[in-house]
Design a protein around this ligand. Structure first.
Ligand SMILES: [Zn+2]
Length: 258
């Protein structure tokens, strides 16, 4: 058996994420988009899976795990607050994941909002945040409240600015279009949109992003910026008293934005 890899996180584009010993993500090929596609790729590249880390229970983030663990007898880490039958190790905020084969350690954060038990894994300068934070956007509130989601995003915003952000979906270009609707004069957002469009036109991912860039462009991390507050107040047609109201207004605005 070949090189050991671990920590498979589903994502649509830029595909399944597989970590190597340096906590760098290897992209497994154009057609690997879910756990279902992982097996032939792992076998072709002679990679030995040593663990699976799950962020939340949505089908596009757990589908295929049972097939993988049938072939590789590996631990499946997943949120204690959600029912995921394949998970063998429950994790929760404040906990740690130690991947012995790879010599990697990750801190676990509770980041509810998109789902009620959603977790993130963070370590070695990399954040795996599932569908909570996207580049220039954030996940929809399927199970949680705006209060929960804003608190979760506040937790992520406090990470070091150089933290690489590996989110669950490649929605960057559309998210940036919305970000510009919120902040039309944000030059960094404008530049990033051009870069992102260029990358996507070449079939390349925009991810990982980094926290410094997200803090500069992501309207869902910028509830305390006067430009974002004013924009949200215009949308709401009233003054907004606190960060949660600003966040909730922007989130609702995005739900109807096309
Ligand atoms: Zn999801």
């Amino acid at each position: 058996m070949g090189k050991v890899v671990a920590a498979v996180f589903t994502t649509h584009v830029p595909r399944l994420m597989i970590l190597d010993q340096n906590a760098r993500v290897r992209y497994m090929g154009r057609n690997v988009t879910t756990f279902y596609d992982a097996m032939p790729k792992l076998e072709r590249e002679r990679l030995q899976l040593s663990a699976i880390l799950v962020t939340h229970h949505h089908p596009d983030h757990v589908g295929g795990v049972s097939e993988l663990v049938g072939r590789f007898r590996v631990p499946v880490y997943g949120p204690a607050g959600e029912t995921i039958p394949e998970c063998t190790v429950s994790v929760a905020g404040g906990g740690q994941v130690h991947l012995e084969d790879l010599g990697l350690d990750f801190e676990v954060f509770d980041i509810p909002g998109h789902t009620s038990g959603h977790v993130a894994y963070c370590g070695h300068g990399a954040l795996f945040c599932g569908d909570t934070l996207f580049s220039a956007g954030c996940g929809r509130l399927f199970e949680g409240t705006p209060e929960q989601m804003q608190r979760s995003l506040r937790t992520l915003r406090e990470l070091p600015p150089e933290t690489r952000v590996y989110c669950g979906h490649e929605y960057t270009v559309n998210n940036l279009r919305f970000a510009l609707a919120v902040e039309p004069d944000n030059g960094t957002t404008r530049e990033y949109l051009e870069t992102a469009k260029d990358l996507r036109s070449k079939g390349r991912p925009t991810l990982p992003s980094n926290m410094a860039l997200e803090i500069a462009v992501n309207p869902f991390l910028r509830w305390d910026e006067p430009t974002v507050q004013k924009s949200a107040e215009r949308k709401a047609g009233r003054s907004l008293d606190n960060p949660v109201e600003v966040f909730a207004t922007i989130r609702q605005w995005k739900d109807g934005f096309s």
